[in-house]
Design a protein around this ligand. Sequence first.
Ligand code: ARG
Length: 269
Amino acid sequence: MRERTARPRRYVMCRPEYFDVTYAINPWMDTAKPVDTPLAVAQWERLRTVLQESGHRVELVDPEPELPDMVYAANGALVIDGKVLGARFRHPERAAEGTAYLRWFRQQGFRAAASRHVNEGEGDFLYTGTLVLGGHGLRSDRDSLLEVQEFFGHPVIGLELTDPDYYHLDTALAVLDRDEIMYYPQAFSPGSREVLRHLFPDAIEAQAADAEVFGLNALSDGRRVFLPEAATALAARLRERGFEPVGVDLSELLKGGGSVKCCTLEIRA
Ligand code: ARG
């Protein structure tokens, strides 16, 4: 079996102190269902600890009381080669998060620019090490794909998302290692599925049962793959490929439509 090596990463996270479901902008959100915020914080703390114990650096952005979705740090920006492109959200409820993350990056000394087009950061843009995969159709605008390509100088491959349950690219696809991915084909348009098969013929194709528990909303350091613990079949497939799956329980954050990957934003400096 192939030997996998981890590379230390740097992540930004935001403690879900004010996490709640006060509006519904994706099918997973139900404002009638109560949210246990202390439980969300405890589950999130566990994720942070697991990442740190695995040798990764976690930096924190201060949560804001009016922004219950701010815990989903992945949406705050896209950072490659030390360049930061701040998000522009589709929904007004999340608009101020773009400013908050941009301010944080500037305070850390990064040169950060705001997107002109709707662009939900690493929710829709995933870097494979050579390409940027850009999800559109449900959240980020098609025009944002060209903006990202121009800004970072890395080729962007557009992928059309068609199932509202998988409204961000990172709910249906995860990068495991350089140009190695796993994804849920049914979340994409027929043409985009073809593109994925051409580009990644050896990819792991997930089944519905794993996609539905947000198994694709995963984070890989090259060896360990942090993913929702309910995605057991996917964990077995990862093990076959030499990865070490690390199951994490973020059930409370699933009520907002997010899990492991959504809670982290990678800084590639
Ligand atoms: N409630 C948030 C929204 O619908 C969840 C965002 C999840 N983040 C992600 N990277 N997929 O926008």
